[in-house]
Write a new protein. Structure first.
Length: 217
């Protein structure tokens, strides 16, 4: 197991400390979350179930015998656990490398506490080294792309990828995101954008990096 994978597993297992008896747990998507789901399976009889951010995670949860609930039926969630592609010192994130950003953002918004689990490589001082994913309605891809170019970004269509919502992804390169909240708002206002992968207006409440709870600076 690689050092990065060891760090991901350590973070995922530490996040289990936040799971309480009878909870419905929001569950994200990705390689770090896979470790969390495996840990959650060992305590599945203590929780009511999970709300999943992707078809991939839904399949994994069900394979482990964990009940999957619809968010509309579950209502507000006490806890959401997910990974990130980048995390700045203020717990603001870039997410969406796995193309599940829209459902992830919905569940984060519905949750009282958002615990983000990462390895050390995901920590950055300024967001933007990782290309920023933007989910778009297919007919708006070129329109949104032109708007992003005018903002100074270089959008690249993630060809062959269709989100669980039936949409496309633009990955925006060459951004140094010094105002994550402002850029998130600006991108989300472009007609045809479903959402962008900036989690800045609603950042993580807790970040666990390589198994250690990191302080929000």
């Amino acid at each position: 197991m690689s050092t990065a994978d060891e760090q991901k597993r350590a973070s995922a297992l530490k996040a289990l400390d936040y799971v309480e008896e009878g909870m419905v747990v929001g569950v994200g998507t990705g390689s770090t979350v896979k470790h969390f789901i495996e840990g959650l399976a060992a305590m599945k009889d203590r929780i009511e179930g999970a709300v999943s951010s992707s078809e991939q995670s839904t399949a994994l949860l069900k394979a482990h015998g964990i009940r999957v609930l619809d968010l509309n039926a579950a209502g507000p969630l006490p806890l959401y656990v997910d990974g990130a592609d980048e995390c700045d010192p203020h717990n603001r994130l870039i997410k969406g490398g796995g193309a599940a950003l829209t459902r992830e953002k919905i569940i984060a918004e519905a949750s009282e506490r958002f615990v983000c689990i990462i390895d050390k490589a995901k920590e950055v001082d300024v967001l933007g080294r990782f290309p920023l994913p933007v989910e778009v309605i297919p007919m708006a891809r070129s329109l949104v792309g032109r708007k992003i170019v005018a903002m100074g970004g270089q959008p690249v269509w993630r060809e062959g990828v269709i989100t669980d919502n039936g949409n496309w992804i633009l990955d925006v390169h060459h951004l140094r995101i010094v105002d994550p909240v402002g850029l998130e708002r600006e991108l989300n206002q472009i007609p045809g954008v479903v959402t962008c992968g900036l989690f800045a207006r609603r950042p993580a409440d807790v970040v666990i990096s390589a198994g250690e709870v990191r302080k929000n600076r």
